[in-house]
Design a protein around this ligand. Structure first.
Ligand SMILES: Nc1ncnc2c1ncn2[C@@H]1O[C@H](COP(=O)(O)OP(=O)(O)O)[C@@H](O)[C@H]1O
Ligand SMILES: [Mg+2]
Length: 305
């Protein structure tokens, strides 16, 4: 039976402490991800396991509460993992609802991907834009949610020897291709028949194998200038643009609190410091790390030209 890991247990304990510190009048809506210092993806796992429930959801925020089973686990009762059947019943909805919870913003892209992955016939989606805009995160989130039904590929990992044999063997529902613009042209050409007719064509000693599968291709690229137009036309293309100041602040606080052990106020301060100097989330991560020794001001001076 799958069980929660050490991190999951810590989150439950954090949440219990938080819930106990609130009195019942204050605590009507539940807690937010940063109030228990946990990444939303980690919380989602606990929701799938019915140890946490979503108590409130709006356009801009989600709040959570421990379930009875969650409280029991936080208090050290290892017996109270809900029935596996229950979990399977709930998981599909919860996954499609929460699949991109760790990504801030992009509501339209999220809805498009969530809905199109549930169709009978595929819509292929290509995310295009400069670095640090969460393009790869979209692909990882789909991989995490769909597990073996997905096949992740990186275009720059040069010629994918055996790629088409692998696709024929694994028959994934979703092929995820990061940096698709760096994929060798022969493989990009192979995608044409796969995306339009679901055909996998392989030359095998003396004969041609032709098989059919229904497959969604979800891909990311920094630039599309060098990609064949006939491949581009098979995608719904979404251009992601650099974050506005408000978006940058939201993304940076989320990332620093959940991944870099930064408290909410320091994270907000780092975002403010960087405004006008950088809109790259990776810069904020570097500043947060160095600031632990030098302070935010000096870290910005040393890192940002
Ligand atoms: N909208 C966002 N929500 C959450 N994290 C983000 C977001 N945008 C950027 N990040 C952060 O920036 C990092 C880079 O994201 P990534 O998906 O690798 O970008 P890309 O593939 O577009 O270069 C991520 O690890 C994450 O920490
Ligand atoms: Mg990337």
């Amino acid at each position: 039976m799958t069980d929660i890991d050490q991190r999951g247990l810590e989150i439950l304990q954090q949440a219990l402490t938080f819930e106990q510190s609130m009195n019942s009048d204050e605590f009507t809506l539940g807690w937010r991800w940063y109030e228990v210092g946990a990444h939303t993806a980690s919380i989602t796992k606990l929701v799938v396991m019915r140890l946490v429930r979503i108590s409130f959801k709006s356009h801009s925020e989600t709040r959570y509460q421990l379930t009875d089973a969650g409280i029991a686990r936080a208090e050290g009762d290892t017996a109270s993992v809900p029935e596996v059947e229950d979990r399977e019943l709930v998981s599909h909805d919860v996954i499609s609802d929460n699949i991109f919870n760790d990504i801030v913003g992009y509501d339209n892209v999220k809805e498009l991907l969530r809905e199109s992955l549930q169709l009978d016939k595929p819509i292929h989606v290509l995310l295009v834009g400069p670095p640090s805009l969460a393009k790869s995160m979209f692909l990882w989130d789909i991989e995490r949610a769909y597990g073996d039904f997905s096949l992740p590929l990186i275009g720059s990992a040069t010629s994918h020897a055996g790629l088409w044999d692998m696709i024929a063997k694994k028959r994934p529902k979703i092929v995820l291709i990061d940096e698709i613009e760096k994929m060798v042209l022969a493989d990009q050409a192979g995608l044409l028949a796969l995306m339009e007719q679901g055909r996998i064509i392989r030359a095998k000693v003396g004969r041609e194998l032709d098989e059919r599968i229904t497959v969604w291709v979800i891909a990311a690229a920094n630039k599309t200038a060098k990609m064949p137009v006939e491949l581009l036309s098979r995608f719904s293309i979404h251009n992601l643009t650099e974050y506005s100041s408000v978006e940058f602040r939201k993304v940076v606080t989320n990332v620093l609190v959940s991944h870099e052990d930064t408290d909410y106020n320091s994270a907000a301060a780092i975002a403010s410091y960087l405004l006008g100097k950088s809109h790259d989330v990776r810069d904020a991560v570097r500043v947060a790390r160095l600031a632990k020794r030098t302070g935010v001001k000096r870290a910005v001076e040393l890192l940002i030209k």
